[in-house]
Design a binder for this molecule. Structure first.
Ligand code: DC
Length: 229
């Protein structure tokens, strides 16, 4: 019997490029599982902070990564479960954001554990996985590889508007500086650094609506769905 094997859809790009918004919509549109790998690094950061671990102690943070049980819930886009608890909100604090980028995501031992988990989660296909090293390290052979970019100013403006909408205004210049710093950390991480692989579909979302970005990627997926026995 011929059946369609659903591909892996891998999306990388800098912070604030709209990866999670686009990935969530794609997962809903295609009926795929959404895997937010940044949320996994954030969860390990949260668990380490809660355990009172010194975040500069790589071995201790790696041990936490090995103990943590992480999963995503099919049909509940954006929910991450750690050790049986929904931590989707708790991983979004400014403190977690600072610590994940400065420490946890740069530790090779932690990355090894995360990459292994991500490969397991995506092994059957039918996933939309987004992060920084998905197209380069986790699934370099993914059926669809997307590099989602947007200009720095536009990324900062989007974050500004998003926060404003939540009643948490933050100075634009501060957001711009923060994104610039995160770009430097993402691009120069010793392992799993953000890069645009040669065969990625490059989408610069500056000036595009979410719907336009999603439509361009869905078209590429439909064209690439593969047949297998
Ligand atoms: O996408 P995000 O802001 O939630 O990611 C949180 C942090 O984790 C950020 O510092 C980048 C890092 N990250 C990574 O190193 N590799 C990934 N695959 C995903 C995120």
């Amino acid at each position: 019997m011929i059946r369609k094997k659903k591909p892996i859809l891998a999306i990388d790009g800098p912070a604030g490029a709209g990866k999670s918004t686009v990935a969530k919509l794609l997962a809903q549109t295609l009926g795929y599982l959404y895997i937010d790998t940044g949320a996994m690094y954030r969860a390990i950061t949260l668990k380490s902070m809660r355990a009172g671990v010194d975040l500069t102690d790589q071995a201790a943070v790696e041990a936490i990564a090995r103990q943590a049980r992480l999963s995503f819930v099919p049909g509940e886009v954006g929910t991450i479960i750690m050790d049986g608890q929904d931590v989707s909100q708790a991983i979004r604090t400014p403190e977690v954001t600072r610590n994940v980028s400065a420490y946890v995501a740069s530790y090779s031992g932690v990355r090894k554990v995360m990459v292994a988990g991500q490969r397991q989660m995506g092994a059957q296909g039918g996933v939309v996985m987004e992060g920084r090293d998905i197209t380069s390290v986790v699934f370099p052979d993914a059926g669809i590889k997307v590099y989602l970019d947007a200009d720095l100013e536009e990324r900062a403006q989007r974050r500004f508007d998003e926060l404003k909408g939540q009643g948490q205004e933050q100075p634009f210049e501060e957001l711009l500086a923060d994104l610039k710093q995160r770009d430097v950390e993402d691009l120069h991480r010793p392992g799993g650094a953000l890069q645009c692989v040669a065969d990625a579909l490059v989408v610069n979302s500056t000036g595009l609506t979410i719907e336009q970005v999603v439509a361009a990627i869905v078209k590429a997926v439909r064209e690439k769905e593969v047949s297998c026995q």
